[in-house]
Write a protein that binds this ligand. Sequence first.
Ligand code: 4FM
Length: 231
Amino acid sequence: MRFDVITLFPEMFGALTESGVSRRALQKQLYSLNTWNPREFTHDRHKTVDDRPYGGGPGMVMMYQPLKDSVDAIRQAQTTKPHVIYLSPQGQPLTQEKVAQLAQLDSITLLCGRYEGIDERLLQTEVDEEICIGDFVVSGGELPAMMLMDSLIRLLPGALGHDQSAEQDSFSDGLLDCPHYTRPEEVNGMRVPEVLLQGNHAKIDAWRHQQKLLRTEQRRPDLLARYQDGE
Ligand SMILES: Nc1nonc1C(=O)NCc1ccc(Cl)cc1
């Protein structure tokens, strides 16, 4: 998987490349990451990437030209046609199902906005889809982009060791995850459920599935409805 990211803060993406599953996957060359700073595609002394909004109002808007030139440079840098995604609260809500679909692509370009927004003409002409990671607002598209990238990277073959498989993830089967326990068997007077200690794997699997259903019904009945409809 090739990732290209358009961002004013490329150093933020060290959070992915410096630790954990995403660091190891990069070392194993399961994906590549190139960041592109629109400031390097400006031609004025002040490297201007934003300007005041037409129609007035607070804040600034990211200008079309530096972003367009960034996208053009990314298209020029590869033979594959990248799938261009803009992260914003105006996008389609991200689901694990969508992540699984995107994980099949060869090249994804992520456009990270800052300020109040991006000139709409760039979105209309260069962006294939807008994705929202939750109904809340953060200060820029970088953290949402890293969350999307992390959810994709962990699904790449070889990213998770054989002992952690993405198939058993919460949401991978549309249900919430079951409770987990590890040593010691008793801590502060609290014991591990006996079924998990007896080594009967059919019973353990049944208990875990029942816990997933119970937890989903209690915490996210909306997901249960979709699960039962076999969606
Ligand atoms: N929620 C979300 N899901 O995806 N992105 C978000 C989000 O809050 N982005 C902040 C943001 C996005 C674009 C611009 Cl120009 C400024 C700030």
